[in-house]
Design a protein around this ligand. Sequence first.
Ligand code: G6P
Length: 609
Amino acid sequence: MCGIVGAVAERNVVQILLEGLRRLEYRGYDSSGVALIHNESLNVTRRVGKVKELSDAINDVNGVGATGIAHTRWATHGGVTEANAHPHISEDRFAVVHNGIIENHKTLRSDLTSKGYAFNSDTDTETIAHTIAELRKNTDSLLQAVLQAVPTFHGAYGTVIIDKHDPSTMVVARSGSPLVIGLGIGENFIASDQMALLPVTRRFIFLEEGDVAEITRTTVKIIAADGQEAKRDIVESNVEHDAGDKAGYRHYMLKEIYEQPAVIRNTLAGRVSPDGIAEDVFGEGSEAVFAKTEHIKIIACGTSYHSGMTAKYWLEAYAGVSCDVEIASEFRYRKSVVKPNSLLITISQSGETADTLAALKLAKESGYMSSLAICNVDGSSLVRESSLSFMTRAGAEIGVASTKAFTTQLAGFLMLVLAIGKHNKMPEELQKSILQALAELPSKLEETLTLADEIDQLAEEFSDKHHSLFLGRGDQYPIAMEGALKLKEISYIHAEAYASGELKHGPLALIDADMPVIVVAPNNELLEKLKSNVEEVRARGGIMYVFADKDAHFESDETMRVVNVPHCMESIAPIVYTIPLQLLSYYVALIKGTDVDQPRNLAKSVTVE
Ligand code: G6P
């Protein structure tokens, strides 16, 4: 989703801003812009399309300035046009970039219009620019104007404002949309994500909800939500500098698919051994919480929601604890009942998904015993706002379609099964079997990745298809859902997933030779049931692609292509069977020529509702 970068320095900051935007490209956007203050003038350049279009439009005149802000926009209010791209300007003096949504923008717009402000865009953001221009008339500084403006904005924002009459200062405000200050030597920066600033600094201050900050080259003054000046910790980042490198792969997504054995080794390292799971892997005090846990509620969005759905099967079957899973955007707007001794688990790759954060906030007020975040970004809002946390250690994930974040989340959940099962009379034999399965997992994934060529060939058969159906049963049903999500995200083929027992309750009506049916079929106790579902499809002329264990004894014929997936222990099968489905969508997308890493209309991190 949208990205923000800003700088106050002595040198020309245009390249720092553009590089920052490039590093945020993976989050998804449709237009971009930059505003620089130079010799008391404000130069603004905006373009629809990629950051490349913006940097090509920058020249010696509009590309100079020691203070500047830049933005990549993902349209929410107003179409994808140059006029709607940020920064937005008021009185040829104030420039504003903004992530989030100002919900009362219509009221603000009509008030400001009646005061004589002319609007040049359809965005909610422009109301921020004019509100600040208006308030600045009766205040002594930009900081004072922003402090007065903030209570008039309803909704979510991370915003940065500069004033050409005071080029030494940037003022920023955070409410519901993350901002991080980067500290340099004689220069300071702001961004919506630390990734943007790694080439210039590794020292960061993560702003908290309600913070407003005044940033100059040498000072940072933070005013907290209570109106008092606040001190915030400086955090030294250990995020890899070169996370933005494709390492020879054609796409980040392919690199990230192939990284899975290594990152899962990382996720497990020092946390599990043949003897069991280490103490307090899920955070200090987690053992005490698990000992009391009678119910688990999991909340997440997108791919992370699918890992939660898989975890429900595991937690109930292996750890004997009741669990339910819910999409964050649903949970946050309904009244729900909290069972006694409930543990809330949120899952998120980014830790900044607006709906998941809002759901966590609501849950914390509703009587959950404790909250655990399973997350890939240390220091993210979700991690900071939860009582317990578990880092998935997948490394930076750049491809919008999530791959390694998902499988590391699942590995984390198997560890959670062990950690909770320990307090829940989980049979020792079962614990041993999951420990052994986890130890084998990285090499099983390596073996499974060797199917790539076979899947590449099979992908040809999907290139002219418009619809597809994914089937699975038990803990493979969420894997079928994730497979369908991957295919629709990057190849734009309509894909639906069904628990195969539900076939006869509707989707069978869709079956014909034009609708490929993808089946995940490990050799488990549901295999015979699944085979009956396969026959139901065959009898109606369906064409199937079956990812199956060799011992499941599926044979390729004119109606069925079988890909044999390496045999693995049952508990890790959902993770292993994820790999061929990721590869399938990747190769189909390649044939279709889509933008694999930044699929149309999608964003990596959805920081608005
Ligand atoms: C977006 C991304 C998905 C991701 C979802 C949840 O939709 O495109 O890949 O699964 O957000 O993101 P999170 O960071 O909370 O896991």
